[in-house]
Structures are given as structure tokens and as C-alpha cells.
Design a protein around this ligand. Structure first.
Ligand code: ZN
Length: 152
């Protein structure tokens, strides 16, 4: 059982997310990635490897995917309203993801974001870090092939 259920999504609701966090939201510190792309979106990521993330694609035509850096992970954006919702990494059948805490609704009371600099990590270390801190229980409804890498 997870005590804290949160919901959110892009501005136009084409992409929705539901999170289950084992701890109170106030105990998490969102991570503000300092890469150019994330800074331009003002993204602050939130994840818990003991929690759950469900991504619901309500409008598959609005799903935009973008890769940068070493292109291992995929940013999930809404092409209609422009909101950056999540980042997803697929390793075979295993899906890892982190969510942009800015898209979560109802003011869950997250503390201010702390800066992080994953761009300084090697590709190997990045993947190890994602597997350690991102959601590892990730489900997608709507059209999973829109998110999972074709070669995943
Ligand atoms: Zn949207």
C-alpha cells in the first residue's frame, strides 16, 4: 500500500500521470537538472524507486519525444501545449522514469528543488543512477510504443 497518491499532467491533459509515493511529499527534494534543455523548461524531477508511476496517453498524436545529450533517455513532452511531463529510460522490457514535479497538481508541498548536474556523469553512471533513483514500477496506458524506444 502506498500512502500518497498524486496526479498531474500536461496543461491540455493529453498526457496524464499518477504517482504513488511511499513517503509524504514534503520529504522529497525535486531535482533541478542543470542541462540546457531542462533549465529552459524549468523542470524539477521527482521519483522514488519504491513508488509507482502511471502514465496515461489520452491523445497519442500530441506525444512528443526528444532525446539529447547521449540520447539514452527520452523526454516526454506534449506537442499541443508544450509541457515537459517526464523522462523515460527503457532497458529491454524494464521501464524507468522520473516525472517533472511541476506538472503535479494540488500543491503537494514539495520542498524547493535542488540543483543536480547529471550531465557530468558518464553514460554508464547515468544509467546506474536512473536505475537507483527513478521510478522502477512504471506503467503506460494508451500507447506504450509511443514511449518505449523502438530498439528497447
Ligand atoms: Zn498538453
Amino acid at each position: 500500500m502506498h500512502a500518497h497518491s498524486l496526479r498531474g499532467g500536461c496543461h491540455c491533459d493529453a498526457i496524464r500521470v499518477e504517482l504513488e509515493l511511499p513517503r509524504a511529499p514534503a520529504t522529497y527534494t525535486p531535482r533541478a537538472c542543470d542541462c540546457d534543455f531542462c533549465r529552459k523548461h524549468g523542470a524539477a524531477y521527482l521519483s522514488d524507486p519504491s513508488g509507482r508511476l502511471h502514465i496515461e496517453i489520452r491523445d497519442p498524436a500530441a506525444v512528443g519525444r526528444y532525446r539529447q545529450g547521449n540520447a539514452l533517455a527520452e523526454f516526454l513532452l506534449c506537442k499541443t501545449c508544450g509541457v515537459l511531463v517526464a523522462v523515460v529510460y527503457a532497458d529491454g522490457a524494464d521501464l524507468y522514469a522520473t516525472v517533472n514535479s511541476r506538472v503535479i497538481e494540488g500543491d503537494p508541498g514539495f520542498p524547493d528543488a535542488t540543483p543536480v548536474s547529471p550531465q557530468t556523469l558518464s553514460a554508464h553512471d547515468k544509467v546506474a543512477r536512473w536505475k537507483a533513483v527513478w521510478f522502477a514500477d512504471v506503467t503506460v496506458a494508451g500507447n506504450e510504443s509511443l514511449i518505449v524506444r523502438e530498439n528497447g
